[in-house]
Ligand binder design. Sequence first.
Ligand SMILES: [Fe+2]
Length: 296
Amino acid sequence: MVTRRGFFKAIGSLLVAGAALAGYGFVIEPGFLLRTQVYALTPPRWPKGLKLRLVLLADPHCVEPYMSLSRWRGIIAAANELGGDMVLLLGDYVPTVIFRTGLVPVQDVAGEARRLNAPLGMFSINGNHDWWADHAAQRAGAGPPFAQKAFEDAGIPVLANAARPLQKDGFRFWLTGTDSMVAIRKGRGQFEGRDDLQGTLAQVTDDAPIIHMAHEPDLFVQIPDRVSLTLSGHTHGGQVRLFGWSPVTPSAYGNRFAYGHIVEDERHLVVSGGLGCSFLPVRFGMPPEITVIDLG
Ligand SMILES: [Fe+2]
């Protein structure tokens, strides 16, 4: 028989365990952990001999106290240690999280990103939150959103439906980027995209391989096999991920594109787990990550 003392001891233990779990999920994992997730792959159409290291920074959602400017600066310093040929910034620089204590101006976020260092350069794309935070852009239904201007002012090109030819060790390849698929809010659960995949790929003028950046991984269903590799963020791996499953994912496809290296019909997608939080400041089983991809 359970005594009253035993019962209250059990309840007390449960409360302590719950508080410890909450402290971990709401404070430790989102605010203090950082891991490097490395993928090595050779996708179709990739030329023999072209070795390329990509360092991805996705979804910092800079805001006090969860992703302060000093934490962002530390992440940038860590990214610089990884020896990437390029650093790719996958959007969502601004916050939407609840329980915040202060804002971090996106000009400062972009200014810190100037410290990034890679021989082939840094490139950025817009995320949906970068659009949603710009009320003038929302009213006009047109950009560029102010985050894009901040990154361009910092000297970091933003590939908003644009393509860039690049070269390494005598090999040519293309880096392309589309704008957000859910850029303009049109009412409850309704959005208009500002993504133009066809117009972007039409700027590719030869048959060199293509690496494509798309903030939302849902675009992957439209990506042709002409593209060697698609890179996305946006989902944060669901922020809570248990045994390879995310209960909540901002995707029309549930867990299909929630996280990791996904191969469908010989088309390759890597979805970064991202760095920050949206809406609820929690991460559990999905620590903030810098994503590294070794190609070739
Ligand atoms: Fe996003």
